[in-house]
Design a protein around this ligand. Sequence first.
Ligand SMILES: Cc1cc2nc3c(=O)[nH]c(=O)nc-3n(C[C@H](O)[C@H](O)[C@H](O)COP(=O)(O)OP(=O)(O)OC[C@H]3O[C@@H](n4cnc5c(N)ncnc54)[C@H](O)[C@@H]3O)c2cc1C
Length: 393
Amino acid sequence: MEIRFSQEDEAFRREVADWLDANLSGEFAVVRGRGGPGDDAALIPERRAWEQHLGAAGWTCVGWPRQHGGRGLSFAQQMIFHEEYARAGGPGRLGHIGEGLIGPTLIKYGSDAQKQRFLPKILAGEELWCQGYSEPNAGSDLANVQTRAERVDGEWAIQGQKVWTSGAAWSDWCFVLCRTDPEARSKHRGISYLLVPMDQPEIEVRPILQLTGDSEFSEVFFNGARTAGKNIVGEVNQGWSVAMGTLAFERGASTLGQQMQFQNELDEIIELAQANGKARDPLIRQRIADAWIGLRLQRYNALRLLAVGENDELPREASIYKIFWATWHRELGKLAMDVLGPESEILEDRPYVLNRLQRMYLFTRADTIYAGSNEIQKNIISERGLGLPREPR
Ligand SMILES: Cc1cc2nc3c(=O)[nH]c(=O)nc-3n(C[C@H](O)[C@H](O)[C@H](O)COP(=O)(O)OP(=O)(O)OC[C@H]3O[C@@H](n4cnc5c(N)ncnc54)[C@H](O)[C@@H]3O)c2cc1C
């Protein structure tokens, strides 16, 4: 597939670039280039204000349909937006999970009342979301979720624990997979998809310290937490198909923006290699060229994925793309450390201050785990894509 930018697209590119240049200044100059991988917990109040500033100018949710408040941008224009956002040093988007995961899920599966209640707040950058899927015994085997929800006085009462919940410490809402029928014949049945407000004493968030020195994710304990009876997406006990719909968004269009971030990282590595002479090392040169080729392949893979569209059933392309970018990015982290050389082992400052490339390297260790590990993607490709026998269970 080839993507061509029309004159109209190029005019749009200038509009985006001008707006970002003019607005990532003054009070928002501080967020420029912050909040990327391994720096996710930085400057939360300032980045929250930035989300609202973006929202007020109509620059959130640019790919959502117009009828739901988005800009309804074409693929080409969405790419342009993300390219310019990365080029201008736009900060890591705190609203990513709302914009990329739960918003599209509500558009597809939510009731009209849910759309009216939640979408405008996501668009305005006023409510941040987190994803309550994984548990200590339900990661790859997600259908094993044990967090229970029961109807009590017309509300849902929730008891259990989630883990690795990105952004839980600063989110307003969480979409939580709960078991609502423990007697169901199959473990994929009997699960419901609930929308739960985070600001209540019955929810305890315990941040987890990560290798990067950051606490991007947390353990979340639900000790009889409540949400209104109407805050369920889809039917009671039928949450699995909604959950898979969200995963299709997670592994699909929402990753478009990160490629532009990868381009910035590769540019930084090339600049460093030229400055410190590593660019003359033939093996480093080959790895840089390979990284560049890999990035181009990702771009075409993403476009192919977008062209396939988003279905409840994850397309094969989503698994191919996830495994490819995650493995590529992990290798890029190693390349960055080899270009830094012995300096890669020295902290920027005490007690534990890392430079951008060190943080990036450490965070890339997680890429082949979250949103479905490499091993799980390989299972999906072999079973659903190639028709090989199912793994023994
Ligand atoms: C940075 C980061 C952010 C995250 N954010 C969130 C979040 O916001 N919300 C959320 O709900 N979760 C989040 N997660 C959790 C993530 O989805 C899980 O870590 C992931 O699904 C793997 O589950 P697990 O950690 O329980 O590992 P396990 O499922 O226990 O897997 C352990 C190892 O066994 C392998 N394995 C497991 N089953 C199989 C199999 N059938 N065949 C072959 N190999 C197998 C895995 O590939 C892995 O290598 C995040 C994780 C990370 C690292």
